[in-house]
Design a protein around this ligand. Structure first.
Ligand code: SF4
Length: 324
């Protein structure tokens, strides 16, 4: 069904003004249709999100940020995915719930908030009772977040960088630091932390992926977290940066952006410095990943199992629909 919020589309801070109801695409490359790439149980999220049963993860096609290093670029920038109706989306959510998912984890849905809100409400009306987790870049307007307030219980935003020079070069959004800080403050101030049996039912986990060679930028993020969110949310520091083996054409397009940091794994020295920073800032609640220096985190969404089998159990794929 057409959404009044898509004509013209000002759903996210890009404010493209494209008429998505009429099939026009903006920066996110998506029209009115909700397209998804994969759904399944994911066991690689933070322990409070994965818990015992795994996170019921749904990867949305399209993106309003387009990071040059995106490991999900097949779906975020190359359009891999297929359209689902509200009824099909509900069936996927309910299947994940039946399979033991601890939550429904919507990955990168910022450009589709009006439709996702409607679809999630329909799924709840049909019996979806597990918490909804909003897993996004935080490049979102307060007006859009307001639409999700009554639907989402767990917020899982990235805080990618607070350096506008990096946000301009890596995802063409010099306003990202300002927008993301506002969005995350909205999430933190509207959410009570509830954890039962080592499982988050409600709360905020702020993720930060360390960019190799840019530890000073990570320090800015830690400073901001300490001042504005410590004690009210969790921090998740991720060291899994993995250079994506783009083909020659894609690499040429991304060369300049990727040269604004070092396109390599985080090294041992940086990882040691990061641990010192964590101690220095005395963060109350948080997680950090062990150092990862291989391709285990690189998914391939052309396969029904895009991940390592220990990390995920597929339920639905864009080419084949339900898998079992
Ligand atoms: S959601 Fe897409 S079309 Fe709408 S403003 Fe953002 S990038 Fe543009």
């Amino acid at each position: 069904m057409p959404s009044s919020l898509y004509s013209p589309c000002n759903t996210c801070p890009r404010k493209c003004n494209s008429n998505r109801n009429e099939g026009q695409k903006g920066f996110c490359l998506e029209t009115l249709d909700l397209r998804i790439a994969w759904a399944g149980l994911h066991f690689g999220e933070e322990p409070l999100i994965t818990a015992k049963g795994g996170s019921g993860t749904i990867f949305i096609t399209g993106c309003n940020l387009h990071c040059a290093f995106c490991q999900n670029y097949q779906i975020s920038q190359r359009g891999m995915g297929s359209t689902v109706t509200a009824a099909e989306f509900s069936d996927i959510c309910l299947k994940l719930q039946d399979k033991g998912a601890e939550n429904i984890n919507i990955v990168t849905g910022s450009h589709a908030i009006p439709v996702l809100r409607d679809y999630l409400i329909e799924a709840k009306n049909k019996g979806l009772a597990i918490p909804i987790c909003w897993n996004s870049s935080a490049y979102e307007t307060p007006e859009s977040l307001e639409l999700l307030k009554d639907v989402v219980s767990i917020w899982l935003p990235d805080l990618k960088t607070l350096n506008p020079i990096i946000s301009q070069s890596v995802f063409d959004a010099p306003d990202y630091p300002k927008v993301a800080k506002t969005a995350i403050r909205y999430m933190v101030s509207n959410t009570q932390t509830i954890i039962k049996n080592n499982k988050m039912l409600s709360g905020v986990i702020i993720r930060h992926l360390i960019l190799p060679g840019r530890l000073d930028d990570t320090k800015l993020v830690l400073e901001w977290f300490k001042a504005h969110a410590d004690g009210k949310s969790y921090l998740s520091l991720m060291s899994q940066y993995t250079p994506v083996p783009f083909d020659e054409t894609e690499m040429k397009k991304r060369e300049k952006a990727l040269s604004s940091f070092q396109n390599r794994y985080v090294d041992e020295q940086e990882f040691g410095e990061l641990q010192n920073l964590i101690d220095e800032y005395n963060i109350q609640n948080g997680f950090y990943q062990e150092l990862v220096q291989d391709t285990e985190w690189l998914p391939d969404f052309s396969r029904t199992q895009p991940f390592q089998s220990s990390l995920a159990k597929p339920i639905w794929h864009w080419k084949s629909g339900f898998i079992e």
